[in-house]
Design a protein around this ligand. Structure first.
Ligand code: NAD
Length: 459
């Protein structure tokens, strides 16, 4: 029915979508400018760690190309644009890749007889769809609604469960102007879901205009970031209240259906390629239209200050054992070996983009600490993001051996199994700084561990 579907940009969103479509027997052609990525895909290999995609990528039927003209063959009826929308240094959104794609598509469109539907899945600020339509019209000399259709359909998948989220979406937003483009986009999603034995539930489709489709994505991410920063703010309060424990409070709050139990975990803050950049882009967007987004500033500020928490704990423990000058922040940690467990911005991914670990490790390294790190999947990517002085441990045991303290930065499952006896046996001093609250404080303290957890108010 759709002929082929072209996917522009084969990153987390584009590749997951392409593989999900392919597995649903929809013919796909994938286009990217990253040749290494394309070579791997041609060999049935992934360029990132993402559970669930390994099996699909091994036997995929996607035609991959670095040539946009090949990607826009005549039998392609729909193009999904999934390229990155990173930040400029001032935090504003960089739409260069999106507009490059629109130009490529427009050039292909100019020579076509048949109409093409362009579905933009990248996260873009309100007003961007109209700009894309202008670029498409200008470079193709075709009119929106006649020569091509345009739908804004933001993506909500989470890294670590990208495939599962794609084939079990809790909502599908379709921003459109003409009914024909809405119908075609809806049919594509329906066919993909049916191909994965899911009967589409029409209640999950949100049909709206472009502005709302664009806005929904930012409001969604800002809302989730707010929950996390709110809990981190409460956690900081708990730490000053002996006997208070954010985990107990979290459980009770999660029982309130108006709040829901999701995204309530206090910790070292959010990272990754979405929340930090999207909150920042929304701040810049609001400022550009003359607003002062006070809440968004606070959400961001709380998030960044959580990254200082492990260092604050280390300095408070060792304050009396070394020379400190808190005013000029010259506290020397060169006598300490610090083990860091977890580098990726969250478990089940190897994505290091805006990972809290990078800043935590950089600050400790600058104070002279000897850092040894471990992550089950992100060691290779971490090598590009961390100081060269950092040591990479082959396993958890090597990381812990001889350490003066350990910081849990990412809550990988394997770290939850480490017993107090292991910390005591391997470490020079069993100081456990639990940045993700994966251990039971009572069990740790009872076993003689010097335990510090985010939001745990010691008695
Ligand atoms: P990514 O960086 O993993 O992938 C983007 C891909 O686009 C890269 O492979 C890059 O080489 C390619 N690319 C760049 N310019 C291109 C061009 N002109 N033509 C063809 N390919 C090009 O990005 P991502 O994480 O998949 O995110 C894509 C978009 O989706 C972003 O706007 C992001 O904010 C949004 N998003 C991401 C997630 C997530 O969890 N990663 C979730 C929801 C939405």
């Amino acid at each position: 029915m759709f002929g082929k579907v072209a996917v522009f940009g084969l990153g987390y969103v584009g590749l997951t979508t392409a593989l999900a479509l392919d597995a649903a027997n929809i013919r796909v052609v994938g286009y990217d400018i990253d040749h290494d990525k394309l070579d791997k895909l041609k060999n049935g290999e992934l360029c990132m760690y993402e559970p669930g995609l390994e099996n699909l990528v091994k036997n995929h039927n996607i035609l991959v190309t670095s040539n946009p003209n090949v990607a826009l063959q005549d039998d392609v009826k729909i193009v999904l644009v999934c390229v990155g929308t990173p930040s400029y240094d001032d935090g504003s959104i960089n739409l260069e890749y999106v507009f490059n794609c629109m130009e490529d598509i427009a050039i292909g469109l100019a020579d076509r007889e048949e109409s093409l539907l362009i579905i933009l899945k990248s996260t873009v600020l309100p007003g961007t769809s109209e700009e894309c339509i202008n670029v498409l019209e200008q470079f193709s000399d075709k009119r929106h609604g006649q020569g091509f259709g345009f739908v804004m359909s933001p993506e909500f998948l989470r890294e670590g469960s990208a495939l599962n989220d794609t084939i079990n979406p809790d909502k599908i937003v379709i921003g459109f102007k003409y009914d024909a483009e809405r119908e075609m986009a809806t049919e594509l999603y329906e066919q993909m879901l049916r191909g994965h034995d899911r009967e589409p539930n029409y209640d999950i489709f949100v049909d709206c205009n472009y502005m709302n489709a664009e806005f929904i994505k930012y409001a969604n991410n800002a809302c989730l970031a707010t929950k996390i920063s709110f809990m981190n703010d409460m956690a900081t309060l708990c730490e000053s209240v002996p006997g208070a424990d954010i985990k107990v409070i979290e459980k009770a709050l999660g029982m309130d259906y108006r709040i829901s139990p999701h995204f309530l975990s206090a910790g070292l803050g959010y990272g990754g390629s979405c929340f930090p950049k999207d909150v920042q882009a929304l701040i810049r967007f609001a400022e550009n239209i003359g607003m002062d987004p006070i809440l968004l500033h606070e959400i961001q500020g709380i998030n960044l200050s959580q990254r200082d928490w492990p260092e604050y704990i280390i300095r408070s423990i060792y304050r009396n054992e070394t020379e400190y000058d808190d005013d000029d922040h010259s506290g020397d940690l060169s006598h300490l070996r610090v083990a860091v467990l977890g580098l990726a911005f969250k478990p089940n991914t190897d994505d290091m983009r805006d990972a809290p670990s990078v800043e935590i490790i950089r600050n400790l390294t600058m104070r002279g600490a000897d850092i040894i790190v471990h992550d089950p999947e992100a060691m290779e990517n971490a090598g590009k993001a961390l100081f060269t002085t950092v040591t990479y441990a082959d396993d958890i045991y090597e990381a812990l051996t001889g350490a003066d303290c350990v910081i849990v930065v990412t809550e990988w499952k394997e770290y939850t199994y480490i017993k107090p006896a292991t910390f005591k046996k391997l470490m020079r001093r069993p100081v456990v700084i639990d940045g993700r609250r994966i251990y039971d404080p009572q069990e740790m303290l009872g076993a003689g561990i010097e335990y510090y957890g985010v939001g745990f108010g010691k008695l």
